[in-house]
Design a protein around this ligand. Structure first.
Ligand code: ADP
Length: 200
């Protein structure tokens, strides 16, 4: 089973590509969703977070107080690194476990690891090839403003904290250019799928 890493900065259209692949019945391992589940009630990772950040990081009912966590790690770089390393490590382990389960089913030609931080978190070591979705900055800014109803400045703040695009491009095997129409986007994906042996 070929494992394809799918990544792209905010507003590139990565989710649009991921949905299209899902519709084509290609299994997707969603790193963002896995990472959110880590801090959901009953998650075993909560006990590790309790050791790291203490009881103040939790509500009275035992659920994670996300605002308290944000406040605690905001001004403490060391703590932030340790917290982020914990979440990254656990997310990567769960992604890998899901990929292994899919491979064991022996019915998939390919699976996609959808990870906005594929390169930043070193998850490319699990993948056979990596696809980067990209679009020019003005298009990304416009689309995120439309999608999320936030100011251009806020979108720029979110783009700035991500790894720069040329670094990502250098590490990608395929760059999917999403500066044009959805039809143009889907045509590129169809060509890539054909290359790896998927029917249209
Ligand atoms: P990402 O997951 O990379 O942040 P999305 O896939 O959510 O980006 O795309 C951002 C917004 O732009 C969404 O509202 C999506 O529907 C829209 N969009 C994506 N690609 C195109 C395109 N080629 N043409 C028009 N709108 C697009």
């Amino acid at each position: 089973m070929k494992i394809i890493g799918l990544t792209g900065g905010i507003g590139s259209g990565k989710s649009t590509v991921s949905s299209y692949l899902r519709k084509k019945n290609i299994p997707i391992v969603d790193a963002d969703q896995i990472s959110r589940e880590l801090t959901a009630p009953e998650s075993p990772v909560l006990s590790e977070i309790r050791i790291l950040l203490g009881e103040n990081a939790f509500h009275a009912d035992g659920s994670l107080d996300r605002q308290a966590v944000a406040d605690m790690i905001f001004s403490n770089t060391q703590l932030r690194n340790r917290y982020e390393n914990l979440i990254t490590r656990e997310t990567a382990e769960r992604c890998l476990a899901q990929l292994r389960r899919l491979a064991a089913q022996k019915k998939w030609k390919a699976a996609v690891l959808d990870a906005p931080l594929l390169f930043e978190c070193g998850m490319e070591k699990y993948t056979d090839e990596n696809w980067l979705v990209d679009a020019d900055l003005a298009t990304r800014l416009f689309r995120v403003q439309q999608r999320d109803g936030i100011s251009e400045e806020k979108v720029m703040d979110r783009i700035r904290v991500q790894m720069n695009d040329s670094e990502k491009a250098a590490r990608a095997d395929e760059i999917i250019d999403n500066s044009g129409s959805l039809e143009q986007l889907y045509a590129q994906i169809d060509r890539l799928l054909e290359r790896i042996g998927y029917e249209r």
